[in-house]
Design a protein around this ligand. Structure first.
Ligand SMILES: [Fe+2]
Ligand SMILES: [Fe+2]
Length: 255
Protein backbone atom coordinates (compact mmCIF):
# COMPACT_ATOMS: atom_id res chain seq x y z
CA UNK A 1 0.00 0.00 0.00
CA UNK A 2 1.31 3.40 -0.95
CA UNK A 3 0.09 6.60 0.69
CA UNK A 4 0.72 10.22 -0.20
CA UNK A 5 0.26 12.59 2.75
CA UNK A 6 0.55 16.39 2.61
CA UNK A 7 0.84 18.82 5.53
CA UNK A 8 -1.30 21.87 6.31
CA UNK A 9 -2.49 23.52 3.09
CA UNK A 10 -2.55 27.32 3.51
CA UNK A 11 -4.92 29.30 1.30
CA UNK A 12 -6.44 29.03 -2.17
CA UNK A 13 -3.30 29.32 -4.26
CA UNK A 14 -1.60 26.53 -2.30
CA UNK A 15 -4.66 24.35 -2.87
CA UNK A 16 -4.45 25.02 -6.61
CA UNK A 17 -0.72 24.16 -6.70
CA UNK A 18 -1.27 21.02 -4.63
CA UNK A 19 -3.99 19.79 -6.99
CA UNK A 20 -1.48 20.01 -9.85
CA UNK A 21 1.21 18.20 -7.83
CA UNK A 22 -1.19 15.44 -6.78
CA UNK A 23 -1.85 14.73 -10.46
CA UNK A 24 1.89 14.57 -11.21
CA UNK A 25 2.87 12.59 -8.11
CA UNK A 26 -0.13 10.32 -8.56
CA UNK A 27 1.00 9.45 -12.08
CA UNK A 28 4.53 8.83 -10.82
CA UNK A 29 3.78 6.78 -7.70
CA UNK A 30 0.23 5.37 -8.13
CA UNK A 31 -0.75 5.82 -4.46
CA UNK A 32 -3.59 3.73 -3.01
CA UNK A 33 -4.64 6.62 -0.78
CA UNK A 34 -4.02 10.37 -0.67
CA UNK A 35 -4.44 12.27 2.62
CA UNK A 36 -4.22 16.05 3.02
CA UNK A 37 -4.31 18.12 6.20
CA UNK A 38 -6.42 21.08 5.04
CA UNK A 39 -7.20 22.93 8.27
CA UNK A 40 -5.86 26.17 6.68
CA UNK A 41 -7.07 25.77 3.07
CA UNK A 42 -9.68 28.57 3.29
CA UNK A 43 -8.74 31.68 1.27
CA UNK A 44 -7.94 33.52 4.53
CA UNK A 45 -5.94 30.54 5.85
CA UNK A 46 -8.21 30.08 8.85
CA UNK A 47 -10.29 26.93 8.62
CA UNK A 48 -11.51 25.16 5.50
CA UNK A 49 -13.08 26.62 2.36
CA UNK A 50 -15.84 24.76 0.50
CA UNK A 51 -14.28 25.59 -2.87
CA UNK A 52 -10.83 24.40 -1.79
CA UNK A 53 -12.10 21.18 -0.18
CA UNK A 54 -14.07 20.56 -3.37
CA UNK A 55 -10.90 21.03 -5.44
CA UNK A 56 -8.98 18.55 -3.28
CA UNK A 57 -11.71 15.91 -3.41
CA UNK A 58 -12.06 16.35 -7.18
CA UNK A 59 -8.28 15.82 -7.43
CA UNK A 60 -8.73 12.37 -5.88
CA UNK A 61 -7.90 13.13 -2.26
CA UNK A 62 -9.39 10.33 -0.15
CA UNK A 63 -9.18 11.89 3.32
CA UNK A 64 -8.97 15.49 4.52
CA UNK A 65 -7.69 15.81 8.07
CA UNK A 66 -7.66 18.80 10.39
CA UNK A 67 -6.54 20.31 13.63
CA UNK A 68 -7.20 23.27 15.87
CA UNK A 69 -8.63 25.24 12.89
CA UNK A 70 -11.22 22.59 11.98
CA UNK A 71 -14.05 24.60 13.57
CA UNK A 72 -12.90 28.15 12.72
CA UNK A 73 -16.17 29.24 11.07
CA UNK A 74 -19.58 27.98 9.89
CA UNK A 75 -18.19 26.98 6.51
CA UNK A 76 -15.54 24.77 8.16
CA UNK A 77 -18.08 23.19 10.51
CA UNK A 78 -20.43 22.44 7.61
CA UNK A 79 -17.59 20.74 5.73
CA UNK A 80 -17.10 18.36 8.68
CA UNK A 81 -20.39 16.73 7.59
CA UNK A 82 -18.57 15.34 4.55
CA UNK A 83 -17.58 11.76 5.46
CA UNK A 84 -14.12 12.27 3.89
CA UNK A 85 -13.36 15.26 6.12
CA UNK A 86 -12.15 14.40 9.63
CA UNK A 87 -10.95 16.44 12.63
CA UNK A 88 -9.06 15.53 15.81
CA UNK A 89 -10.69 12.68 17.75
CA UNK A 90 -9.74 13.81 21.26
CA UNK A 91 -12.07 16.81 21.53
CA UNK A 92 -15.42 16.88 23.38
CA UNK A 93 -17.97 14.63 21.64
CA UNK A 94 -20.43 17.50 21.17
CA UNK A 95 -18.04 19.18 18.73
CA UNK A 96 -18.93 18.65 15.07
CA UNK A 97 -17.24 16.00 12.97
CA UNK A 98 -15.54 12.62 13.24
CA UNK A 99 -12.07 11.79 14.51
CA UNK A 100 -11.21 9.06 12.05
CA UNK A 101 -12.19 7.23 8.91
CA UNK A 102 -11.59 3.84 7.32
CA UNK A 103 -11.10 3.88 3.55
CA UNK A 104 -11.25 0.79 1.35
CA UNK A 105 -8.27 0.74 -0.99
CA UNK A 106 -7.13 -1.70 -3.66
CA UNK A 107 -4.65 -2.98 -1.07
CA UNK A 108 -7.10 -3.35 1.84
CA UNK A 109 -8.63 -1.01 4.40
CA UNK A 110 -6.71 2.01 5.68
CA UNK A 111 -7.79 3.88 8.82
CA UNK A 112 -6.72 7.48 9.35
CA UNK A 113 -6.90 8.69 12.97
CA UNK A 114 -6.56 12.43 13.63
CA UNK A 115 -5.31 13.61 17.05
CA UNK A 116 -4.42 17.01 18.48
CA UNK A 117 -2.03 18.10 21.21
CA UNK A 118 -4.25 19.63 23.94
CA UNK A 119 -1.80 22.58 24.06
CA UNK A 120 -2.39 23.35 20.38
CA UNK A 121 -6.12 23.92 20.73
CA UNK A 122 -7.67 26.59 22.88
CA UNK A 123 -10.35 24.65 24.69
CA UNK A 124 -8.21 23.75 27.67
CA UNK A 125 -9.45 21.22 30.12
CA UNK A 126 -11.80 19.58 27.65
CA UNK A 127 -9.35 17.95 25.28
CA UNK A 128 -8.43 14.40 26.21
CA UNK A 129 -4.89 13.07 26.09
CA UNK A 130 -4.30 11.88 22.51
CA UNK A 131 -3.28 8.40 23.63
CA UNK A 132 -6.65 7.84 25.33
CA UNK A 133 -8.48 8.58 22.11
CA UNK A 134 -6.04 6.40 20.20
CA UNK A 135 -6.93 3.45 22.45
CA UNK A 136 -10.65 3.96 21.78
CA UNK A 137 -10.39 4.61 18.04
CA UNK A 138 -11.75 2.11 15.52
CA UNK A 139 -8.56 0.88 13.88
CA UNK A 140 -9.19 -1.31 10.87
CA UNK A 141 -6.45 -2.46 8.50
CA UNK A 142 -3.44 -0.23 8.01
CA UNK A 143 -3.51 2.62 10.53
CA UNK A 144 -2.14 6.09 9.94
CA UNK A 145 -2.11 8.93 12.50
CA UNK A 146 -2.14 12.65 11.74
CA UNK A 147 -0.78 13.99 15.04
CA UNK A 148 -1.45 17.72 15.12
CA UNK A 149 0.76 19.52 17.61
CA UNK A 150 3.75 21.73 18.27
CA UNK A 151 5.86 19.45 20.37
CA UNK A 152 8.49 17.11 18.95
CA UNK A 153 8.62 15.28 22.27
CA UNK A 154 4.89 14.44 22.30
CA UNK A 155 4.90 13.21 18.74
CA UNK A 156 7.97 11.04 19.25
CA UNK A 157 6.78 9.47 22.50
CA UNK A 158 3.38 8.78 20.96
CA UNK A 159 4.96 7.16 17.90
CA UNK A 160 7.07 4.86 20.08
CA UNK A 161 3.96 3.97 22.11
CA UNK A 162 2.12 2.84 18.98
CA UNK A 163 5.13 1.28 17.23
CA UNK A 164 3.93 -1.78 15.36
CA UNK A 165 0.27 -0.77 15.72
CA UNK A 166 0.25 2.26 13.44
CA UNK A 167 2.03 2.18 10.10
CA UNK A 168 2.79 5.91 10.27
CA UNK A 169 2.67 8.81 12.72
CA UNK A 170 2.80 12.02 10.71
CA UNK A 171 3.12 15.34 12.51
CA UNK A 172 1.28 18.46 11.38
CA UNK A 173 0.50 21.96 12.78
CA UNK A 174 3.86 23.74 13.12
CA UNK A 175 4.02 24.20 9.30
CA UNK A 176 7.84 23.95 9.50
CA UNK A 177 9.03 20.64 8.09
CA UNK A 178 11.49 18.55 10.07
CA UNK A 179 14.27 16.74 8.27
CA UNK A 180 14.55 13.36 9.91
CA UNK A 181 12.44 10.44 8.72
CA UNK A 182 12.32 7.70 11.38
CA UNK A 183 11.49 4.04 11.09
CA UNK A 184 10.89 2.58 14.53
CA UNK A 185 11.87 -0.99 15.44
CA UNK A 186 8.41 -2.56 15.00
CA UNK A 187 7.59 -0.89 11.68
CA UNK A 188 6.05 2.51 12.40
CA UNK A 189 7.44 5.43 10.43
CA UNK A 190 7.49 8.88 12.00
CA UNK A 191 8.10 12.40 10.84
CA UNK A 192 7.57 14.92 13.61
CA UNK A 193 6.45 17.61 11.17
CA UNK A 194 5.48 17.03 7.56
CA UNK A 195 5.47 20.79 6.95
CA UNK A 196 3.02 23.08 5.22
CA UNK A 197 1.86 23.23 1.67
CA UNK A 198 1.67 26.97 1.40
CA UNK A 199 3.35 30.26 0.56
CA UNK A 200 6.88 30.71 1.85
CA UNK A 201 8.48 33.93 3.08
CA UNK A 202 6.14 34.69 5.96
CA UNK A 203 5.06 33.26 9.30
CA UNK A 204 3.61 29.77 8.81
CA UNK A 205 2.35 30.91 5.39
CA UNK A 206 0.95 34.22 6.64
CA UNK A 207 2.04 37.78 5.96
CA UNK A 208 4.22 38.81 8.93
CA UNK A 209 3.21 42.50 8.79
CA UNK A 210 0.30 42.51 11.24
CA UNK A 211 1.99 39.96 13.51
CA UNK A 212 5.21 41.96 13.71
CA UNK A 213 3.26 45.16 14.25
CA UNK A 214 1.41 43.53 17.14
CA UNK A 215 4.62 42.25 18.69
CA UNK A 216 6.59 45.49 18.32
CA UNK A 217 3.84 47.89 19.35
CA UNK A 218 1.91 45.85 21.93
CA UNK A 219 4.26 43.01 22.86
CA UNK A 220 1.81 40.44 21.47
CA UNK A 221 1.59 39.25 17.85
CA UNK A 222 -1.98 38.05 18.36
CA UNK A 223 -3.69 41.40 18.00
CA UNK A 224 -6.51 42.05 15.56
CA UNK A 225 -6.81 42.13 12.62
CA UNK A 226 -5.76 38.58 11.90
CA UNK A 227 -2.97 37.96 9.39
CA UNK A 228 -3.68 36.85 5.83
CA UNK A 229 -1.74 34.37 3.67
CA UNK A 230 1.37 35.93 2.14
CA UNK A 231 1.64 36.16 -1.65
CA UNK A 232 4.84 34.10 -1.84
CA UNK A 233 5.88 31.12 -3.95
CA UNK A 234 4.15 27.92 -2.87
CA UNK A 235 6.08 25.03 -1.33
CA UNK A 236 4.57 21.56 -1.27
CA UNK A 237 5.45 19.38 1.76
CA UNK A 238 4.50 15.74 1.73
CA UNK A 239 5.63 12.22 2.34
CA UNK A 240 5.20 8.97 0.46
CA UNK A 241 4.81 5.96 2.75
CA UNK A 242 5.07 2.32 1.65
CA UNK A 243 3.25 -0.23 3.79
CA UNK A 244 3.20 -4.02 3.70
CA UNK A 245 0.85 -5.97 6.00
CA UNK A 246 0.23 -2.95 8.21
CA UNK A 247 3.94 -2.15 8.76
CA UNK A 248 5.72 0.65 6.97
CA UNK A 249 8.69 -0.33 4.84
CA UNK A 250 9.71 3.12 3.64
CA UNK A 251 9.04 6.83 3.99
CA UNK A 252 10.29 9.46 1.55
CA UNK A 253 9.70 13.15 1.20
CA UNK A 254 7.83 14.50 -1.80
CA UNK A 255 7.55 18.14 -2.78
FE1 LIG B 1 -2.00 24.54 10.32
FE1 LIG C 1 -2.91 23.73 13.49
Amino acid sequence: MKMLFFGDVVGHEATRVLVERIAELGAEHAPDIVVVNAENCAPDGLGMGAEEVGMLLAAGVDVISGGNHSWDDDESVELLENPKVIRPANVPPEMAGRGGITVETADGPVTVVNLVDPRAIHIEGKVRPPYESWLEADRVGTVVVDFHGDHVFDKQVFAHAVDGQAAAVLGTHSHEATTRLHRLPLGTVLVTEVGMTGPIGGVQGFDPGRLVDGLVRFGDPYTRPLPVPIAGPIEVSGVLVDVTAGRATDIRRVA
